[in-house]
Design a binder for this molecule. Structure first.
Ligand SMILES: CC(C)(COP(=O)(O)OP(=O)(O)OC[C@H]1O[C@@H](n2cnc3c(N)ncnc32)[C@H](O)[C@@H]1OP(=O)(O)O)[C@@H](O)C(=O)NCCC(=O)NCCSC(=O)c1cc(O)c2ccccc2c1O
Length: 293
């Protein structure tokens, strides 16, 4: 992947606390990183209120995979570019209805896709912290994306809502069940059944977001939160994320948490002895290991 020359590109209003370095060339998104260990992904379709088409989602999946493999990045800020030419902001307005066909959203090959579901799982299982920075609309599948981020900071102009039952769609996965975990069954049913909009203060009250800040300080706040997280133990954070997921994500959540345990075990002398003995064609010697309480 190409690293471009330094150029601090602005995607939200306000002063940047870090220097963003463009990181890869995409059509629908912008991927930047800074030397402090933060990546920033920006949905860049302002004329559509940052709605996603299959290509947008493919690019987002690619960016998250790249971030996963970059060991000096610990936190990702996910946002939508703004303002649009009409002065309005959007985090993301969900699936691009203009390319919706029978069975999904039509990609360049003419295939109907719901590939945002893949993206949801990628964000969920990324062993790093993802923070949504929501300016303006987080609607439909865009509201679900913000929901799937570990933390969410809203600008004071943020508007959240579901439109599925109005536009003939629904997300019965994380979009319904994880929402209910966050805001409670009654509120989640209200959000989906009535398709109303909720402002940033209402979102904070129902615990849909962690904080509300002035629009001009949204990115700064995200960077400050990221910098605080980055001072802490990467292993503790990744195990905690897996532990939170295990509580809600069934067998795949347990798999993630167990994977972290295996990852740690492989780094111990005890774990290494098993492999070493196999390769040396001898019985493993675990006699120096203690059966700890
Ligand atoms: C987001 C809005 C409330 C903003 O309203 P506003 O009045 O500010 O702006 P406009 O409506 O005039 O929009 C400006 C401009 O953007 C276009 N646009 C906005 N949103 C979309 C969109 N989602 N798709 C395509 N285009 C969009 C709009 O047409 C205007 O274009 P012009 O050319 O006319 O200037 C409001 O725009 C709004 O309500 N948008 C639609 C929100 C919506 O219904 N989203 C889809 C929900 S369904 C979904 O997201 C979804 C996706 C999935 O992939 C799933 C997968 C699996 C399960 C479920 C899924 C799912 O539910």
């Amino acid at each position: 992947m190409q690293v471009f020359p330094t150029k601090n590109r602005q995607v939200l209003p306000g002063i940047s606390l870090v220097e963003w370095i463009p990181w890869n060339d995409y059509e629908d998104i912008l991927l930047d990183r800074c030397k402090e260990g933060i990546a920033r992904i920006t949905i860049n379709r302002p004329t559509k209120r940052n709605a996603f088409r299959p290509q947008t989602v493919t690019e987002l999946c690619d960016a998250f995979s790249f971030i996963r493999d970059t060991v000096d990045i610990g936190v990702v800020l996910l946002t939508g570019i703004g303002p649009a030419k009409d002065g309005r902001y959007a985090f993301c307005s969900g699936g691009d209805q203009s390319v919706r066909g029978d069975g999904g959203y039509i990609d360049e090959m003419g295939l109907a896709r719901l590939n945002v579901l893949d993206l949801q799982r990628i964000i969920r299982s990324l062993p790093k912290v993802v923070i949504a920075l929501v300016a303006g609309y987080a609607i439909g599948g865009g509201q679900v994306l913000h929901l799937l981020c570990d933390l969410s900071i809203a600008a004071d102009n943020a508007i959240f809502g579901q439109t599925g039952p109005r536009v003939g769609s629904f997300d019965g996965g994380f979009g319904a069940s994880f929402l209910a975990r966050l805001v409670g069954q009654r509120k989640a049913r209200e959000i989906w059944f009535l398709c109303r909009s909720y402002d940033a203060t209402q979102a904070l009250t129902m615990r849909l977001v962690n904080a509300v800040v002035p629009l001009d300080t949204l990115e700064q706040e995200g960077v400050i939160w990221a910098q605080e997280i980055l001072q802490h133990s990467p292993t503790a954070i990744r195990c905690l994320k897996a532990a939170f997921n295990a509580e809600t994500d069934g067998m795949s959540g347990i798999q993630e948490l167990a994977g972290q345990a295996t990852h740690l075990f492989y780094r111990t002398d005890e774990g290494k002895e098993g492999k070493k003995a196999f390769l040396e064609k001898r019985k493993p010697d675990f006699s120096s290991e203690l059966w700890l309480p």
